[in-house]
Ligand binder design. Structure first.
Ligand SMILES: *Cc1c(COP(=O)(O)O)cnc(C)c1O
Length: 390
C-alpha cells in the first residue's frame, strides 16, 4: 500500500516535524480516514466539482498539434476548471474536510498567489474564514493575486522574516497553526509536506486521472501510451498519473529547467537534486554547492519550488515515472505554439509539459496516444511572457 502506515512511499515522505505538530497531524489523519469513507462526503465533493468547479473537464484531441508532431495528442483541460487551474480540486476537498472536522478558520501560504486564490475561493463558497500568509517580496511581485484574494474576502498576512518569500510564509503559517489549532485547518496546496498531506492532495486531485481514463477509453477505445504533466510540488501530475498506476502507461513528469544552464538556475528538483528534508518530509531537494537549499528559478511561478512530493521521488527511484526538464525558452515556444495552433493559451507551467512533445517527435508512431495535462490557463502569465519576448 502506498504510502505505508507511517506515510512512506518507499524511502520517501514521513513526518519530520516538531513534537507539537505530531498531535495535529495525527488528528488530521484519523479524521480524514474516517470522513473520506462517509457517503455524504463523497456526494458533496462530487456535487461541488460538477456544479461549481465545472467538472468533468474535457479531454480534447488537439488535431493540428497532433498533425505537427505525428502522433495523437489529447489535452486534459484543467485550464477550464473554475479559477483556471487544477488547484481548485484540492482546495474544495480540503475545505469540506475542514468543516467536517469542526474547524472554522483556514490558513494557507502562497508564493505566486495561485494557491492563495484557490483557497480563498473555496473558503468564500463554503463560508470559512481564510488567512493567507505571503512573503512581502511575493506580495510586491504578485499584486493582482493579492487583490483577488482580498476581493474574495481573505485576509492576506504579509510575512517580513527571512527572504520574505514562500519558505518564510510556510514557517509563519505553521507557527500560527500550532497556536490556534483548536479551530484552524492548515490547507496545503500541493502534494508535499508531512504525512498525511501528500496523500490527501493526491486523492483530491485524482479526479483528473479518473476522468481522463474514462474519456480516453471512450474516445480511442484504449488506454494512452504516455501521460505527460508538469511538476512543481507534484499535485496535477500525481492527480493524472495515480488512476493509471497499475496500467501499462508511461508517466513523464516535466520540471522547470530555468534558463537552461544547470545548477542554481532552475527548479528541476528530480533532475538535479538529491534526497533531503524540507517542510516536514523526506524527498528530493535542490541544494547549492554549500549544501544549503537552493533558491530556484523558473519563468513559471508555480514550478518555482526547491522540493517535490514524496510519491514522485519514489517513482523516480523505482523507474515508474521518468522526469525531464525543459528550459524557459522551450516552454515559451510551446506557449506560442499551442496558442497559434489550437487557440488555447496555456499557463507557463503547463507549457513545460507541452514543450516535452518535441522530444517525442519522430520517435512515436502515428497511432500512438499521448495525454498532456493542461494544468491551467495562461492569462495570469501575460506580463511574464511579454517581458521575455519583447
Ligand atoms: C501551481 C501550478 C502548477 C504546479 O503545481 P503542482 O502541484 O506541481 O501541480 C502547475 N500548473 C499550474 C497552472 C499551477 O497553477
Amino acid at each position: 500500500m502506498l504510502p505505508n502506515s507511517k506515510g512512506y512511499y518507499g524511502g520517501f515522505g514521513g513526518k519530520f516535524v516538531p513534537e507539537v505538530l505530531m498531535g495535529l497531524l495525527d488528528e488530521l489523519e484519523k479524521s480524514y480516514n474516517k470522513i473520506k469513507k462517509e457517503r455524504w462526503f463523497a456526494d458533496q465533493f462530487k456535487q461541488i466539482l460538477s456544479d461549481y468547479v465545472g467538472r468533468p473537464t474535457p479531454l480534447y484531441e488537439a488535431k493540428r498539434l497532433s498533425r505537427k508532431y505525428g502522433f495523437r495528442i489529447f489535452l486534459k483541460r484543467e485550464d477550464l476548471a473554475h479559477t483556471g487551474a487544477h488547484k481548485i480540486n484540492n482546495t474544495v476537498g480540503q475545505a469540506i474536510l475542514a468543516k467536517a472536522m469542526g474547524k472554522t478558520d483556514i490558513i494557507a501560504e502562497t508564493g505566486a498567489g495561485q494557491h492563495g486564490v484557490a483557497a480563498a475561493t473555496a473558503c468564500a463558497m463554503l463560508g470559512l474564514k481564510c488567512k493567507v500568509f505571503m512573503g512581502e517580496e511575493d506580495i510586491k511581485r504578485q499584486h493582482p493575486n493579492v487583490e483577488r484574494m482580498r476581493i474574495l474576502g481573505a485576509e492576506v498576512i504579509p510575512v517580513s522574516s527571512g527572504t520574505r518569500t514562500l519558505k518564510d510564509a510556510i514557517n509563519e503559517a505553521i507557527r500560527y497553526w500550532v497556536s490556534h489549532a483548536d479551530k484552524t485547518f492548515y490547507l496545503i496546496g500541493s502534494a508535499v509536506g508531512p504525512h498525511p498531506y501528500p496523500s490527501i492532495v493526491r486523492d483530491f486531485q485524482s479526479v483528473i486521472g479518473t476522468e481522463a481514463k474514462r474519456q480516453i477509453k471512450r474516445q480511442t477505445g484504449r488506454l494512452p501510451d504516455i501521460i505527460i504533466a508538469c511538476v512543481g510540488g507534484g499535485s496535477n501530475s500525481i492527480g493524472i498519473f495515480w488512476p493509471f498506476l497499475k496500467d501499462n502507461v508511461k508517466f513523464v513528469g516535466v520540471e522547470a529547467g530555468g534558463i537552461g544552464v544547470g545548477i542554481n538556475q532552475n527548479a528541476a528538483t528530480l533532475t538535479y537534486g538529491r534526497p533531503g528534508i524540507l517542510h516536514g518530509a523526506l524527498s528530493y531537494l535542490l541544494f547549492d554547492k554549500n549544501g544549503n537549499i537552493c533558491p530556484t528559478h523558473s519563468i513559471a511561478a508555480g514550478l518555482d519550488y526547491p522540493g517535490v512530493g514524496p510519491a514522485h521521488s519514489f517513482f523516480k527511484e523505482t523507474g515508474r515515472a521518468e522526469y525531464h526538464s525543459v528550459s524557459d525558452k522551450e516552454a515559451l515556444d510551446a506557449f506560442y505554439e499551442l496558442s497559434k495552433l489550437e487557440g488555447i493559451i496555456p499557463a507557463m507551467e503547463s507549457s513545460h509539459a507541452i514543450a516535452y512533445l518535441n522530444k517525442l517527435k519522430g520517435i512515436l508512431s502515428s497511432e500512438a496516444v499521448v495525454i498532456v495535462n493542461l494544468s491551467g490557463r495562461g492569462d495570469k502569465d501575460l506580463d511574464a511572457v511579454l517581458g521575455k519576448t519583447k
